[in-house]
Design a binder for this molecule. Sequence first.
Ligand code: SF4
Length: 414
Amino acid sequence: MTHALDVAKRNPNAPTVAAESASASTPVGAPAARPSLIGLTKAELQAALAGIGVAPKATRMRAEQLWRWMYHYGVTDFAAMSNVAKELRADLDRAFTLDRPRLSAAQVSVDGTRKWLIDLGPGVEVESVYIPDVGRAGALCVSSQVGCTLTCSFCHTGTQKLVRNLTAREIVAQVIIARDALGEWPTPERPLNDGDRRLTNIVFMGMGEPLYNLDEVANAIDVISDGDGISIGRRRITVSTAGVAPKIPELGARTGAMLAISLHATNDPLRNELVPLNKKYPLEELFAAIRAYPGLGNAKRVTFEYVMLAGVNDSLAEARALVKLLAGVPAKINLIPFNPWPGTAYQCSDWATIEAFAAVLNKAGYASPIRTPRGRDILAACGQLRSESVKERASARLARERAQAGTPGAPGEP
Ligand code: SF4
């Protein structure tokens, strides 16, 4: 069996959609003459309707009608809302749009993984990644922040400073963009059976720490999971945290989502190095919070993410320590071959080591799939998000500065 564990190279053949052709709409996050309703919660939608003069006793019913058109059928034009009165459609069209955020780029990997770079206003771009054949049919990895405040030493995203938290609207918009691109919206004449869907799961494993933005993440999950709209059930939504212990039980109580922990080490000294947040919430405190997650059982297991770093955390002794650490927690473990990035000091464990590590976990009764690296050719793999776009911006800036200064680039430089 051969597995590509070498450094990712950009795929020159990966189709890229330029900003202009990807979408001509007004960004959700940018000032617009007519704001977009896309991403609003039910309460916000009712308030928007009240704002254009819909009678208080009708706002709830009208919001439900709009909801269905926006989030079940994914329409982009009020004119398509056939059961909404013509005058109201005209009023809506005068006051609002159904525009999606503008895309800066869209790429497709040779393995079918898709990545979207979404423009949320000047200097604010975020990435989301669709991974086929994950979960029931395919999973969308969404971002909850632009950049990250945490500095996990193996993660390239962590080298990029936090720009800001995303709003619930911006999180929901990532799902809508994916459904648009996958052509997954049914019509009243052409329903889409659940079994035909390609996007069935959501994972909050993109850029950022979701528990540092819990209010917006919880609101977004309310919209995404609503059965009259996008209808991706809470059991198919997973939120991954680096270990913000005090917020973990609250996440479960507010969202009912599945929990994933970015663990990567079985003792505090090593975890302090790999996930520095551990200094604030060490393993004992983290596991007390995990045990308090509501509803845990065989049908609701915690996923532990464990990146395989050669000579760092991949020994058989570590595997046995992991089994010991997880005792009593309904768990499965995702073993993630490390995705190298330029400048990192780490290397990926070799395949035999990863398999031997997995065997210890399997023998102890834990499901421990080795996650096949996906989308490496478009830098969409774990921990690689945002890096390429930042690099591109940095090189563009450098080129501009050089042009202004009249200096040529040094050999080997962009
Ligand atoms: S692994 Fe997650 S929490 Fe850690 S730096 Fe990367 S994006 Fe942030």
